[in-house]
Design a protein around this ligand. Structure first.
Ligand code: ZN
Length: 464
């Protein structure tokens, strides 16, 4: 994971100052990188274009903040470093906090209940741990097939680490663990780390996905034309989020199929082209034995949004996921969390976890934020058409359970959905930018009914 350390950093077409600038990125933005050349990193610019950023503008980050654990029940979280400062919350024993700073015997901390100050006597400070690898629980009978040629196997999960060996296209490896966007693999000779984007996760089960090529419209009012040129006549205007099956590709244009057996052309630069093959998973038989991945949004240095009262999204998403985890596990589902503590997990890794476990459902949990402080409600997002049903069922479950206003089920262009071959949705469970809503959604009763709602939605989805 790279973090941009300089504001308005240029992203260039190639790895050097002589290449043209394709865009800018902001200080604090996080990117994953798969290639490094002459101290330049290749990244995906938010516009979707691939570009290069100079090594002196970024830092390779190992999420290794200092952490502590609360040793007493009812510890007061104060808004300043003294006994006379106001009490913000009382903290339960055993929770994990991030230590941000210190003044005399007081520590500035980030906690699941907000940030503030606590006395150092009531915290067990944990030693800096080495990178926390996600060891695969119950390693699925899975192997990886290498899809990059002369792929470097490295000693550590980092582009700057020593190269041990190289693999070639088609090589098979065993998958041992994951760390950020890196995969620890084993070959007959040795083990090491390779970048996630060069492994295709295979499972022994017969692949039942249906190849389907689709385009998704990026802008409202996009024109469909009769021929593959902007000079030809317009057949229709289509809307953002609409999707069409691709019949063929002609130059920079896609030939697509329209309703009423019509065909038309759309320019490739106004669509997102989908190559992901969706997995068709069984939906019969209830929750028992189903593999469900819960993805608490954000984590580590990526706090997500911050509420008016100071709630960090990353803590609330984890709280919701853990509560849901308990419920689903009781019902006999095989539940996996993409993170179970306050750590930074890259987006590609979240998707990789879904693939490796061949998930029957992947649910990304988030809380919303917007400039207008009056906006409120919950929203369900899906990307692939095939996931609409999962989105609908869970949204229905939530609607029957919680009293927030219903903002509907929508198409959402999110990495964890777009790149995900498993059935996947993303939930925005209320607005932290709305003071009243924030106060409500951080309560235990709200968390209880919300997780019930998602649970019921999943249960009815798997009862088909
Ligand atoms: Zn979020």
């Amino acid at each position: 994971m790279l973090i941009v350390t300089t504001s308005k950093s240029n992203v260039r077409e190639g790895p050097g100052l002589s290449f043209p600038i394709i865009g800018k990125v902001q200080k604090g933005e996080l990117f994953s990188s798969t290639q490094m050349e002459n101290k330049w990193y290749q990244i995906e610019h938010p516009s979707g274009k691939k570009g290069w950023i100079a090594g002196w503008l970024v830092e390779e980050r190992n999420p290794n903040e200092k952490k502590g654990r609360i040793t007493v029940d009812g510890l007061r979280l104060r808004n300043g470093p003294s006994e006379t400062d106001g009490v913000l919350e009382t903290l339960p024993k055993g929770i994990e906090v991030n230590i941000l700073g210190q003044k005399r015997e007081w520590l500035k901390v980030e906690t699941p209940y907000g940030s503030g100050w606590i006395h150092q006597d009531y915290v067990n400070i944990e030693k800096k741990s080495s990178p926390k690898e996600i060891k695969l629980q119950k390693p699925p009978s899975k192997i990886g097939v290498i899809i990059g040629d002369q792929l470097n196997v490295r000693e550590e999960p980092s582009l700057s680490s020593n190269i041990k060996n190289q693999l070639k296209i088609g090589d098979e490896v065993q998958i041992l663990g994951l760390y950020n966007e890196w995969v620890r693999i084993k070959t007959e000779q040795e083990s090491g780390w390779i970048h996630q984007s060069f492994v295709k996760f295979e499972n022994n089960r017969k692949d039942s996905s249906t190849p389907q090529e689709e385009v998704v419209i990026l802008y409202n009012g996009t024109k469909i034309r009769e021929k593959a040129t902007t000079k030809s006549s317009i057949l229709a205007f289509v809307q953002q989020g609409d999707r069409y099956t691709v019949l063929s590709k002609e130059g920079d244009w896609f030939k697509i199929s329209l309703p009423y057996q019509q065909e038309g052309y759309i320019a490739s630069w106004v669509v997102s082209y989908k190559t992901v093959q969706k997995k068709k998973q069984a939906r019969k038989g209830g929750l028992k034995g189903k593999t469900i991945i819960l993805d608490p949004g954000h984590g580590g240095e990526d706090r997500g949004t911050t509420g008016v009262k100071g709630t960090f999204e990353k803590f609330l998403t984890l709280r919701t996921a853990e509560q849901l985890y308990q419920k689903l596990q009781k019902a006999g589902a095989n539940v996996i969390l993409t993170r179970d503590h306050d750590s930074n997990v890259s987006l590609p890794l979240r998707v990789a976890i879904a693939k490796i476990y061949d998930a029957d459902a992947f649910i990304s949990i988030h809380y919303d934020s917007i400039k207008d402080p009056t906006i409120n409600g919950f929203t369900t997002y899906y990307y692939h058409n095939d996931d609409r049903e999962l989105a609908k069922q869970i949204h229905k479950g939530l609607k029957q359970s919680i009293s927030l206003s219903d903002r509907g089920v929508h198409f959402g262009n999110y990495h964890v959905l777009r790149q995900n071959p498993q059935p996947s949705i993303l939930l925005e469970l209320g607005f932290l930018s709305n003071k009243k809503e924030e106060q409500k959604i951080i309560t235990n009763p709200y968390q209880e009914v919300t997780t019930n709602g998602i649970y019921n939605g999943l249960r009815s989805y798997f009862s088909k």
